[in-house]
Design a binder for this molecule. Structure first.
Ligand SMILES: [Cu+2]
Length: 418
């Protein structure tokens, strides 16, 4: 094992080239590549700090991960058509190159990340007022693919993450800047019928240039969503989706207190325009999850796509604590692969007990890896050793990612991209 970034190592392949072995090895290798290639093999890329932050008070939480998807499902299948088998060397070089992009911090480098906290809403008396535009946008799935014509709220896909507190009075004003009609549904909320957002059933469609105010009391706690409910296969598929989180009124029942989590991460999958995506990005532009050894983190899976995705975490189990916002209580359970159907939300708590870089991906393999390596619904949970830096900020950096992988005994700190 060569951990000296000043000494380029010869290309090395993991001994275990089984699919799963390679997938895990590649991510660990990538951890090494992120650090080693800066000095040894890569252009002078400065890995940006990871963008994941600790949770804070509702409405002021740091953005959880910010990644997103890739192309139509058909198009993304181009990544890995099962036909011709390329030379092993090509596969390995391509697979390593894409992992290198991930660990060089592509998610932070691609502009226009969605799922950012809305921030503080305006107040009208005791009503929290959220103002959202419905926009045509140019959206990047990753750094290399051309931007695609998509839809967004306030210019991003996913739209802003909205956090409110149980019993908050909410007014969400949507202004339609599209050249087509639409309507917005708060998925999972118990609403007055005329606020349900289903055109031709509970309201007229929102015309181009017009606005509609959805006004309700947020009485359904947990992980929910807002999305188009009009021409929805197309409009949601193109990005009209976002997270709507209702935190319990009792602080003791909120995730940070109830489960002791230090991060509150929204993970919205989609699988139409842009392919297989997490928060609007496809690997390698998906955001990693970065935690400190011993942390507990909360991941809120939300599926806005048209097919089920079984999310599989390497290294540690997931403790599944809520479905569709409803606490499972004594029926909570542990697993390492959790199928999330369209429309469902599942909350999981991960006890980050194992240091290293752990693959975290959809286990429908055509959604995650093909002959040119990983793509689409893939990211990694990086569990790093506490450092003075992370102790003070709670936020990891590329250097601490490398340290974490080293501590985990990774033998993949050899530069394989020469
Ligand atoms: Cu999938």
């Amino acid at each position: 094992m060569n951990n000296d970034p000043a000494t380029p190592a010869s290309p090395t392949l993991p001994a275990d080239l089984s699919r799963r072995g390679f997938l895990r090895g590649a991510v660990l290798a990538g951890g090494g590549l992120a650090a080693a290639t800066v000095a040894a093999c890569a252009p002078g890329v400065t890995p940006p700090p990871w963008t994941l932050g600790p949770i804070g008070a509702p409405n002021s939480t740091k953005g959880p991960e910010s990644s997103a998807p890739a192309a139509t499902p058909d198009a993304s299948h181009d990544h890995g058509s099962p036909g011709a088998s390329p030379a092993a060397g090509d596969h390995d070089a391509n697979a390593a190159a894409v992992v290198k992009r991930f660990l060089d911090g592509e998610s932070a480098a691609v502009e226009g990340a969605g799922n950012q906290p809305y921030g503080q809403p305006k107040l009208d008396g005791d009503t929290k007022v959220f103002e959202l535009t419905i926009d045509p946008i140019k959206h990047r799935i990753d750094a290399l693919k051309d931007p695609i014509d998509a839809l967004g709220f306030n210019g991003t896909w996913p739209g802003p993450r909205i956090d409110v507190i149980e019993d908050d009075k909410v007014r969400a004003i949507f202004t339609n800047k599209l050249d087509e009609t639409t309507g917005i549904h708060f998925h999972g909320q118990q609403l007055p019928n005329n606020m349900d957002g289903v055109p031709h059933v509970t309201q007229d469609p929102i015309q181009p240039g017009a606005s509609f105010s959805y006004e309700f009391t947020a009485r359904t706690t947990g992980s929910h969503m807002y999305h188009s409910h009009h021409n929805a296969t197309d409009q949601v598929g193109r990005g009209l989706l976002g997270a709507f989180i209702v935190h319990p009124k009792d602080p003791a029942q909120r995730a940070e207190r109830k489960y002791g989590v230090t991060q509150d991460i929204v993970w919205i999958s989609n699988d139409s325009l842009g392919g297989f995506t997490i928060n609007g990005r496809g690997f390698p532009a998906t955001a990693p999850l970065v935690a400190t050894l011993g942390d507990k983190i909360l991941v809120r899976f939300m599926n806005e796509g048209v097919m089920m995705h079984p999310w599989h975490l390497h290294g540690m189990p997931m403790h599944v604590v809520a479905r569709d916002g409803y606490e499972l209580g004594s029926a909570s359970f542990r697993c390492d692969t959790l199928g999330v159907n369209p429309g469902e939300r599942w909350d999981v708590v991960i006890d980050c007990t194992e240091p290293g870089a752990w693959a975290f991906h959809c286990h429908i393999l055509p959604h995650a890896e093909g002959r040119d390596g990983m793509y689409g619904m893939v990211t990694a949970l990086v569990v790093q050793q506490p450092t003075a830096e992370t102790a003070s900020t709670g936020i990891g950096t590329a250097s601490t990612v490398r340290a974490a992988a080293l501590a985990a005994g990774s033998t993949a700190f050899l530069c394989r991209v020469l």
